[in-house]
Design a protein around this ligand. Structure first.
Ligand SMILES: Cc1ncc(COP(=O)(O)O)c(C=O)c1O
Ligand SMILES: [Zn+2]
Length: 421
């Protein structure tokens, strides 16, 4: 691990829309002029001289191997549970079923609280500590809350989490065990999102939401790792389940930075997948619009990707990056998601939550449509674990065979038609 940084390479905070610049160490989370998300910009010219592939390869197997490209100045402020450096698994079984040659699964279920959120939370909580915040807060559909609760516990910081009423019980338990202050608010998610910014304006509480610059910095390491794991090459397509749009924006930033630093030669095409029951970004993309409209009645089993108004977060930024990367957006149905969830588990051994399996459902659809080439290098981001949200899948599975005792078991086994015998 790097013990200290001789200098920081952070230059400024820049608005993703109007390009106004701000001091990266002040408490500002969205542009005060146009309300767009802010992004951290580094001194890429100096970084090009400073960093090398070998240097990264020799470091810790977590996001902090990319320390110069992360916004924490003093490494003693780092709060880490060993997030990141998740496996990039080359699919064998699923790829032969789908008839694609180069399918990779970036398995984010392996993170400390079982979702990609841990990357952004580690950076966000570390930065909050560095800026001497008294507490952190976020609005969450469950995964971010669980992650924030765990990291703030380790940082000995107070944590306030706002969750909406359809948050799965598994995620509520995962949040509560770390003892943060939790509000279950009977308002739609976008309202909770706004309440968090209200909270941070009025109290010394540091927000770490899906679009806050520090979270984006942590989550961009998904792209860095993919390149490194592909032996410093970029994929052709990256498929990302999308709700508020923070994660796909972060991953795109990661690829662009590695490209700018000369670590990869080309940029991938980004694919945004949403559920048919809540697809505001897809709808805007298909209509050629630059701003997603609020979705009237969000209704899907993919609860983690059901933000009906991503415009308050990164919606516009996603539409821009899809065009910039020559990517696309598509929606998948709940049935397609459930089938993909089962396929991923039964063919690859990965139990993902419905929102995460949307990337596999999207891939199947894209191949059927002929929209991606079967020879190309495709990465599906598997964003979070299936154990976090079991309600929709549990009744679709074969129940255990009920047996009273050993005699009944032996009788049953003798009658069994095992196809492996
Ligand atoms: C499992 C999972 N997948 C995807 C997403 C979507 O991420 P974003 O809101 O950054 O688009 C979330 C967000 O909560 C999530 O929990
Ligand atoms: Zn602006």
């Amino acid at each position: 691990m790097v013990k200290y940084l001789r200098r920081t390479y952070i230059q400024k905070l820049s608005c993703s829309e109007c390009r106004q610049v701000f001091n990266p160490d002040i408490w500002i989370f969205r542009c005060p002029h146009c309300n767009a998300p802010l992004e951290i910009i580094y001194d890429y010219d100096s970084l090009r001289e400073k960093i090398s592939k070998l240097q990264f390869q020799q470091r810790v197997n977590n996001i902090w191997r990319y320390l110069e490209l992360l916004p924490v100045k003093n490494p003693s402020n780092i709060i880490s549970l060993n997030e990141g450096w998740t496996p990039l698994i080359k699919s064998q079984n699923l790829s032969s079923i789908l008839k694609v040659k180069n399918l990779y699964l970036k398995d984010e279920t392996r993170n400390p609280t079982w979702s990609f959120k841990d990357r952004g939370t580690s950076v966000g909580v570390s930065k909050a500590l560095e800026l001497k915040a008294k507490a952190v807060c976020c609005a969450s559909t469950g995964n971010m809350g669980a992650s924030m609760a765990a990291y703030s516990a380790k940082a000995k910081m107070h944590c306030i989490i706002l969750i909406s009423k359809n948050t799965p019980i598994e995620k509520i338990v995962q949040i509560l065990i770390h003892e943060p202050t939790v509000f279950l608010i009977e308002e739609p998610y976008p309202k909770l999102y706004k309440l968090v910014y209200w909270l941070s304006k009025n109290y010394p509480i540091y927000p770490i939401q899906s679009d806050t610059p520090q979270r984006i910095e942590g989550q961009k390491t998904i792209a860095y790792e993919i390149c490194e794991q592909l032996d410093w090459q970029q994929p052709d397509y990256v498929i990302v389940p999308t709700s508020s749009g923070g994660n796909i924006s972060a991953i795109w930033k990661g690829f662009k930075e590695f490209y700018q630093l000369g670590l990869i030669k080309r940029l991938p095409k980004m694919i945004c997948v949403q559920s048919e029951g809540c697809a505001p970004i897809v709808e805007a993309f298909l209509k050629g619009e630059s701003t997603p409209k609020p979705w009237p009645n969000s209704n899907t089993i993919a609860h983690s990707i059901s933000n009906p108004n991503p415009n308050l977060a990164s919606g516009k930024r996603v539409l821009k990056l899809l065009r910039e990367s020559e990517g696309l957006a598509l929606a998948v149905s709940d049935d397609e998601i459930l089938n993909a969830q089962k396929m991923l588990a039964s063919k690859e051994g990965i139990f993902a939550e419905p929102a995460s399996a949307a990337s596999i459902a999207a891939l199947k659809k894209l191949i059927d449509m002929g929209a991606v080439d079967r020879d190309e290098r495709i990465v599906c981001i598997i964003t979070g674990s299936g154990l976090k949200d079991t309600k929709s899948i549990v009744n679709t599975l074969t129940s255990p065979l009920k047996v009273k005792n050993a005699i009944q078991f032996k009788t049953l086994i003798q009658k069994f038609n095992f196809n492996f015998l």
